[in-house]
Design a binder for this molecule. Sequence first.
Ligand code: ZN
Length: 255
Amino acid sequence: MADSQAHRRVAQWLAETESWVAFTGAGISTESGIPDFRSPGGIWSRSQPVMFDDFLARADARREYWRQKCEAHGDFARAEPNDGHRVLARWEETGRLLGVITQNIDGLHQAAGSSRVLELHGTARQIACLGCDARFDPDPLVERFQADGVVPDCPECGGLLKHATVSFGQALPPDVLQEAVEWGRRCDVMLAMGSSLVVEPAASLPQVARQEGARLVIINRDPTGQDASADEVIHASIGATLVGIDRCLREARCD
Ligand code: ZN
């Protein structure tokens, strides 16, 4: 089978190198039942996202933001990590996966056991105060908003509360981005999974790795913007593919 040959090739590259980096996008989480927000039927096909400046400026925008976030909250709260998340967590334990750079905000890599995770877009598993940066568990705040429709304020300083995610119109955290570039430079193999690799920084991180001599492996259901420059492209389920590669790696053979 073509796939098992590809699994064997990738496993071979992993076996002969010491530092790997995973880059993940929405595709790894759709396999856990989290809808891709941008896909048809996703939240952005029904609602206009609230821009960060509007959130700061207007109470009605903050209310709409909280309404949308509470709608998405159930998907996150119910989701469990899948085989793909679990294989990456095991690879971190071996000391050879430097970590996971992710565009996802669902926290499923950590739930699977990964501890070195760079969240480019922040996390929906926390609420942050824009005034004092205090962090809160989202569950009680979401429940309260759903009950009374009142946008909550920070209990410590009265500041604005928002999910600890990067909103539309808000800059990516520069320290996280810088570390991601650093990992890209250091790795021997970059596995880019579940991202169409067209928006920044997803578009340039794999290229940073390649320019420093790393192999680029792309695993995605659909073609991506960078298939042409990858050393291996696998259009298949991420979970099943990582399980296949992991088996080859452990058995040092695959057939
Ligand atoms: Zn505060």
